[in-house]
Design a protein around this ligand. Structure first.
Ligand SMILES: Cc1ncc(COP(=O)(O)O)c(C=O)c1O
Length: 426
């Protein structure tokens, strides 16, 4: 029996609790740890290396807004840092975070594997020369014919969290490796929770892995995702403790030796709300694995999206209009040429608080930030008080920092006739 040390009481008790009903409306909660003493206008050096910012800015100055500019060298640095922090893990990049060929090719060349959500992502990744042995079909919600599509192209690794899906996999992808996604805690502390829609209870996970063997599949392991931009590292502790129970019980009671744990994404990007740095995540998670599995650590898979890409990108917008709603109105509304439907969907519920930068200086005043479409949902920030210079005017640029992930891929194709968000890769 491996000794468990240094856990918080919360983590201990959370071990086998039922996951709660998290939703993405996390931001309805007040943010208690916004950087209180930082200047209100974010500092470039808190978010980008000087040379990376210079490269992006040089390109940005030549282009018409709105667009995203991404510094690929920053992605490479983040990937190398991740591998350095988790030298024992295999990385499956979550393509949904940013499916640009530039990003996929770069990570392909650095040795990454890929977590794929659909046949379309699969086509793109295979089309860029990635072998099917480097692909995991990580979406638990999939059509039988899509499973077959993956299988025919050589993919042999599948996630599941339900009996119907598992039976589909057994038919359409016979003999493949399967891992079962479990429900986890963490929706209260993730800026973008993912736990309610995906995963199953521990007992069901065990049933599914036993059934997988009966169906001729290879019961390979267990996965979880503690929620994207997860600020509480202890959520991995609770999740790994659940996995440990599954490993032990299946081995002892059913003679099934699982071999893999997929720790998901959830690793931090740098936004307004503070997180620990990646090294702290890695040290803690490594300690949890050691405490639970000792020398018999299974294969470990990571599925990072946001943490690799977000801080490599900068969304550049232009102010379309500044107005107030009455002669004496105190609220200044600032409408820009990018919004919820052109890349900033993660401002939904004000969940992700992107740092907003301007080159103008001077007296600051609170502002409501809204997008350009004729939809009243297209307001990015109203409750959280962004402060921007009073002298900002129509035509001035606003720079949305740390927007490399989940922006282009979320952008609508022609809502209100606006084209999808353009992106440039330097
Ligand atoms: C299955 C799966 N893996 C990994 C990720 C990436 O998570 P993150 O962006 O928090 O790293 C996601 C995000 O939705 C996901 O659904």
């Amino acid at each position: 029996m491996v000794r468990r040390r240094g856990r918080t009481p919360a983590a201990k008790t959370a071990g086998l609790a039922i996951a709660d009903g998290g939703s993405y409306h996390a931001a309805a909660r007040p943010s208690t740890n916004v950087r209180k003493h930082d200047p209100v206008i974010p500092k470039i050096e808190d978010y980008y290396e000087a040379d990376a910012f210079a490269r992006m800015k040089a390109l940005a100055d030549t282009k018409e807004t709105p667009f995203l500019v991404v510094d690929t060298a920053t992605i490479a640095r983040h990937y190398d840092e991740l591998i350095g922090a988790f030298p024992y893990a295999l990385v499956y990049y979550a393509v949904k975070a940013n499916p640009a060929p530039e990003v996929i090719s770069l990570l392909r060349d650095r040795g990454s594997s890929f977590d794929i959500a659909s046949i379309y992502e699969l086509d793109r990744v295979l089309g860029l020369g990635v072998g099917p042995e480097r692909v995991s079909y990580g979406n638990t919600i999939k059509k039988s014919r899509d499973i077959r599509y993956f299988y025919e192209r050589g993919v042999r690794l599948y996630a599941t969290d339900s009996e119907a899906d598992l039976r589909n996999i057994a038919k359409a992808a016979p003999g493949s490796k399967v891992y079962v996604r479990i429900l986890t805690e963490g929706s209260q502390t993730a800026d973008w929770p993912l736990s309610r829609k995906f995963g199953c209870q521990t007992d069901m996970a065990m049933d599914l892995l036993i059934l997988a063997r009966e169906l001729g599949l290879d019961p390979y392991g267990v996965s979880f995702h503690v929620g994207s931009q997860q600020r509480d590292i202890g959520t991995w502790d609770a999740a790994i403790a659940k996995v440990k129970v599954i490993f032990e019980r299946l081995k002892e009671e059913d003679g099934i030796q699982l071999r893999m744990i997929n720790l998901g994404g959830g690793f931090p990007a740098n936004y307004l709300v503070r997180t620990n740095d990646l090294a702290t995540y890695a040290n803690e998670i490594t300690r949890y694995l050691e405490e639970d599995f000792g020398d018999e650590r299974p294969e470990i898979i990571l599925e990072p999206g946001r943490s690799l890409i977000a801080n490599a990108g900068m969304l550049v917008s232009e102010i379309v209009l500044v107005s107030r709603k009455s002669r004496t109105g105190l609220n200044r509304w600032m409408y820009v040429d990018v919004g919820k439907f052109s890349g900033l969907i993660e401002t939904m519920g004000e969940s992700i608080k992107f740092p907003v930068y301007t080159e103008k200086t001077g007296e600051l005043e609170e502002v409501v930030l809204a997008g350009p479409t004729c939809d009243s949902a297209d307001v990015m920030y109203e409750d959280h008080k962004y402060e921007l210079p009073l002298n900002l005017a129509i035509g001035d640029r606003l720079y949305w920092f740390s927007t490399g992930a989940y922006t282009t891929s979320y952008s609508a194709i022609e809502f209100n006739g606006f084209p999808p968000l353009k992106a440039y890769y330097v």
